[in-house]
Design a protein around this ligand. Sequence first.
Ligand SMILES: [Zn+2]
Length: 491
Amino acid sequence: MPYKTLSFQFETLTRAKREMLHQAMEAYSDGLESVLRGLLERVEAEPAKTKNGYLKMMDRKILAPLNEKGLEPFKDAIKLDAAMILTTYAGRRRRGKTVRYPSVRVYDEELDALVRRESFSKKEYGAALAKLRRLHPLFFCRYDRGRDYSLLRDTKSGRIYAKLYLYNRQNAILVHPERGRELCYLPQETETLQSGKKQRYLLLPLRIGPWQERHLEDIRQGRAIPKSAELSEENGRFALHIRLWYEPAVPLACPNTLGVSRGIRDMLAYAVLDARGQTIEEGTLRREDPQRRSRLHALSGEVLRLAERYRCRILMANLVTRSDALSALAAPGMRVGEYNALIQMIAQKAPAYGLEAPVIVSGNGIFSRCPACQEMRRASVFQGNFICVKCGYSHALETLGAVNLAGALKRYGKKKIPVTVRQEQGRIVFCNPRWGIDFTCEETAEALDHFLRYAAEYVKAMAGGRNAREKSFIKQLEGRELSQCFQYIEV
Ligand SMILES: [Zn+2]
């Protein structure tokens, strides 16, 4: 997940400023509509397949209206915007969907003409009405001091401003900054605004909450890089949405494990174990958001923050081909489909937290295995507690699955891969036919190091593997110190 969107509301804008934004968005929408209409015949006759194909179609004639309307500052943005809209349109058409040629705006006279026709469908009228004088979001291609948009911090007040380039030279406006006002571009570089000069941009104060503050700090620290942005309007309120590129973080060292299973009373249960298998924390998570997507967003964020805080590898259950058999014991707090979707979401977001995607282990028996003695028999459950029939260990059923997931690497870790070692005319041969391990080197004191280096390469090559054998091999070694993985048998 290297991209994140950071949205800002503006601080209360004067009527004049609101009017200026409105006009800019109106001009942008008109420009975009004119390019789309200009391309209609060509696209309908021979649609391109890629964004670049559409960009190439936009010749001088198509773009001429943009210069006439003073839309030079938006030219690149309009071209890209139109190309993206048309690529989506052509893609849907190729897949056999009935879609109308895209349009972002409808004008008064066109709606008049529509209703004066002898017949028109309700749908047609509705679609036209929705686009009547609609403002299409204004796209800024790049973060740049001298064009498009950028962010500035007032060094005295600490306020954050968006600098939006909206005008060409002829339409530039006069700016009167306060005396000695010093603004600093994010991430750095200071600039003192000059008074009484015509400028091609507007400077607008942004409303900053904790969420925005956190991401602005990421920009200042160079962890996030602002890319394109969009200015949108809804019910007279404007907002700026900035796409932030996050460098995939350097992976954290993760000595601990976090198991996340389905819960019973709550949606999810989790357990954090340290490297020795001792419990650091156990708990449950729940979200009430009625929308599944926002629920999953919130839950995935909570899981990742837990893993970040305790420096954990995340372990979750494979419930696609295996069952956790939870429904035989209690009513699960989450459906299997939602749990699987959560795994996907966590995997997508993990790089932004400097974490690896969850390790998926078998969900088989996680609610019937005793974490103390590893016995996996039908245990007795009494008042929500699991009681081991072999050793008597008892644990809340709610978090038992999570504990067993968190301990899964350790369980795998106990298994060693046998490797036979034999001497052959001054050479030494390491071999395991089942896993295809076959390595020969000179019989020296460093032979074992050579073998481990070979094994590391071998594991790397296997990691991309798709078949069950390779996957199972990698699973056994996942998260383990390679030197601890083999049992050497001299023959
Ligand atoms: Zn037991």
